[in-house]
Design a protein around this ligand. Sequence first.
Ligand code: AHR
Length: 500
Amino acid sequence: MPRTHLVLDAAFTVGPVRRRLFGGFVEHLGRHVYDGIHEPAHETADEHGFRKDVIELVKELGVSAIRYPGGNFVSGYKWEDGVGPVDQRPRRLDLAWHSTETNEVGLHEFQHWLDQVDSELMLAVNLGTRGTQEAIELLEYANIDAGTALSEYRRSNGRQEPFAITMWCLGNEMDGPWQLGHKNAEDYGKLAAMTAKAMRQIQPDLELVACGSSGASMPTFGEWERTVLEHAYDDVDYISAHAYYEEDGDMASFLASGVNMDHFIKTVTTAADHVQAQKKSDKRIDISFDEWNVWSISKWNEQQKTFELQDWPVAPRLLEDVYTVADAVVVGGLLISLLRHADRVASASLAQLVNVIGPIMTEPGGPAWRQTTFFPFSLTSKLANGTSLQVKASGDTVDGGKYGEVPVVDSAATIGDGTAAVFLVNRHQTESTTVTIDLAGIGADGEVRAEGIWEDDVHLVNDLSDTERVGLRTNETVRREGDTVTIELPPVSWTAVSIG
Ligand code: AHR
């Protein structure tokens, strides 16, 4: 049986675990908003039409900041369409997803929903088909108290106090040729800098995110970040990163997706630090990893080919990936990568939340349920507190497909107030593996528990026919003797060990 030994020491810290690391993302896309979080005819709907059963699941998931309203959608969006009397709002073509946007839900309604789920709004502005002027108008509408045309307009729409939105995304994936208003790095960097400067004239303490690359495989990856930041370094706080992974017939590589995420983070921080050095700046730019998940992009590419030009449906079933146990293990592994880089990843958003590549699914008039990926996210969000630690790991390796030989076990650890948590993935496809954890350096006493996700059939899913087929399981093999914890991890598994 492969073996791994981990040493934890409170002196070797990565950085604080910021709550924004456990963010989410809600885009006007498919059945995410309409027939997802919002379904006025559903028996659980509140007075604004939001499903309370979904609200409960989102709370249980433990998401912090939620990015909104896109995604590709935002690059063609007019925020003004989503405010004012609902029955007077225009229906528009959504070019990004070839759908009809009814605008029944806009900023006010979404903020109401966020108040129910207790999450912070991270708002994206349209720098695709629109620009600086519309961004500062939205900021005036949202954040100015009173006494100007747009702040008074907000008040007349029923919201007296400002929305007080702190974190703003300056566009979405502007490096992608699929994006409405796609730009080269020079043009986008200048636009981002100009927009950020204007926004800061209204409110200097905003936290602004410039678009980074929409994937590590983009031909401009690295160079894009450098060029954008050469223009916008002084004006923004974060550079975004987006990454999606899929099984695609190669389970070994899929299980090692965290290696790719590590590389992604290292490349982006290197590019940012290069510009910092060039500019002799004291300021550091960190990452907003504001889209990450498992997503079967190849299935989506096939689905797109079936679209008819004349069809513009409302809330069609798009990107409704049904997640397997293996997908959940990879999601848990990606969270491990994010925790390992808690010093440079200031914020991250699981993309997305409900129905659309989401950990939560719903049926119109029917139930809402947890997908497999729900479990590693909710448990990590709950247990990862305090400070992320560097884990000193030694042990066996396994074939990681296109990433070469990789450690059998991937791990991250956090320590809080007298508590600790260790997150583990066994990437071996056929063998269990033994892990020993040396806790002498962290001084955490108390009960040791281990919960995780694994099944003999790694392709098991939760779906409408059985919404609770897969869930968290207790790993009964965990033992503590003095300062050493020993646990056996089943093949293709994700586990969280909590201490104290
Ligand atoms: O999350 C789905 C889409 O993926 C987003 O709209 C876009 O930003 C990315 O390409």
